[in-house]
Design a protein around this ligand. Sequence first.
Ligand SMILES: NC(=O)c1ccc[n+]([C@@H]2O[C@H](COP(=O)([O-])OP(=O)(O)OC[C@H]3O[C@@H](n4cnc5c(N)ncnc54)[C@H](OP(=O)(O)O)[C@@H]3O)[C@@H](O)[C@H]2O)c1
Length: 244
Amino acid sequence: MKIAVIGGTGLIGSQVVEILNASGHEAVPHSTSTGLDLLSGQGLPEALAGVDVVVNLTNSPTFDDASPAFFEKTMDNLLTAAGAAGVGHAVILSIVGVDRVPGLDYYRAKVLQEDVLKAGPVPYSIVRATQFFEFVDAVLSWTSDENAVRLPATPVQPIASADVARAVADVSVGAPLQGTRDVAGPEVFTLDELGRITLAARGDRRTVVTDSTAGMFAAVPGDVLIAGDDAVIAATTYRDWLAR
Ligand SMILES: NC(=O)c1ccc[n+]([C@@H]2O[C@H](COP(=O)([O-])OP(=O)(O)OC[C@H]3O[C@@H](n4cnc5c(N)ncnc54)[C@H](OP(=O)(O)O)[C@@H]3O)[C@@H](O)[C@H]2O)c1
């Protein structure tokens, strides 16, 4: 299959390109650094010519109230061009529980991206993943100083980006789901506990203070970030990933 991976230079996109090409498909990465701008549409018709599947793994430059406009406009541009090029399958990567956190701009943005895809002219699949292991350091940095990291006790079920990329690649070469597949890591932690495990593994002597108001995930109610019974559960554990 000929597959265009938009955002193919990013954390997930670059791994998806590698997996697809290693299994005999022709996957081509596209992004701003290769000359394709999904916001303006520049380079899209050329990237989608003769393509069977398009995978959209772009990310917004910010997680704030500018992110809804980014995901709406880029998804819209992609579907218009994909429809015109006769692309048979469009795939995006979203977030488990994303539609149950209306208070977060970035989650609202991802719901908008899903809705534009569902209403568009191209058969589609949505993969929803939980938080990436690689994202934990960024989460810690948002609410830390030289002595402490403040984190809420929000339950999370994080996953290795390599396992996410495998799930996205599998869905991309299958029939369009016309729906959603959830993927998640094998263990549930509270975010403050995940912070303590991370600092200990790195020999970082700062303490984690449990703070129900700290950071973006403080806005997440209950266990909405935990995958349901129908999710695909990945094998890599957080401690194995930390020790790799
Ligand atoms: N972080 C998490 O825990 C998590 C969980 C579930 C789902 N997700 C979703 O996973 C997706 C991929 O995330 P990631 O971490 O792999 O992202 P990333 O590493 O930040 O990569 C983003 C990619 O998007 C490209 N890009 C940005 N703006 C663009 C534009 N205007 N036109 C074309 N390409 C553009 C970048 O290209 P250049 O570098 O060339 O500019 C890069 O290839 C995101 O949609 C995110 O919402 C994330």
